[in-house]
Design a protein around this ligand. Sequence first.
Ligand SMILES: [Zn+2]
Length: 348
Amino acid sequence: MEYAHDDVRHVAETLFARIDKLENPRDILRAKEIGELYARLRTLNDDQKATFGAEVNSLKQALRKEVSGRTSVADEVRAIDVTAPMDVNCSVPNFLSHEAGSEHPITKEIALITDIFAAMGFTVEESRELDDQYHMFETLNFPKGHPARDDYDTFTTVQTDADGEGFVAPAHTSTMQNRILKKYKANLEANEAIAAIVPDRVFRNEDLDARHEHTFYQIEGVYVAKEVTAGMLVATLQEFLQAYYQKELDVRMNPYYFPFTEPSFEFALSCPFCEKAGCKVCGHEGWIELLGCGLIHPNVLKAAEIDPTVYTGFAFGCGIDRLVMMKHGIEDIRLFHSAKLEFLRQFA
Ligand SMILES: [Zn+2]
């Protein structure tokens, strides 16, 4: 079928006009027209897919921004002035003894998350704080010039590598996928799966508010073996989230577009706090869109010299700060890096 830019624009106009007529504006995010656009992705060639997928994603994000603007609690949260100068007249503080310190809430929660995945047989890898564009993009099926590269708002160094490209502060933990696949490839030959997680820091050059930080944490999951299905992906994530929130949860997947997975999904869980009745945490929706995932694209396996006709896999990437914020009812992501003791002591 033909790739049709006008169709996305047409759907956008229709949906934006419909929002006001809906009892729950958030229902617009699941309009059947969006599903139809994603369904059309499958009929396009790779180049068209990249452009069309990026357009449909950005339509979805625009709609999400529109409806979240109407229900958001972010505006009610007081801004922190991170640029405020230090008071030079203040007296020297009484330093606390090291015994009065406590683990940072993120550190604590990463240990818990890691334990849950370790129990399911996943090994743990670290990411890095500077990487090349080959690992950040090319190995993940974003060739040079791919429109989705622009979605990442990366910090880039002035110094360049041999290809003349700046290094990047990784904007996602997926930057480690190719290394993990290569490192554990021998597992496959021994008839074992590649199963690894990467809980680590990522960086984005974006505007800061109660929900956006330049530095935050993600957990990446990679699983490759013979005959891996989307069902295994769902079961793994559901198992993890139920263990993390200590309760039974429903999960739901909607189609999405990522270059490095096919098919790609947005994964939502039933709100752990209101049992779908609607509350402030889930924006009175009953469901929380939590992470992106999908079956690993054959080109990503090929980039690690794994034969995609023999092996398949799944991958997911999830924001850790968000998991922790939901668990503890934290409303401003900037608190994590604020060094405010009154905040940190609550987790001691
Ligand atoms: Zn809720």
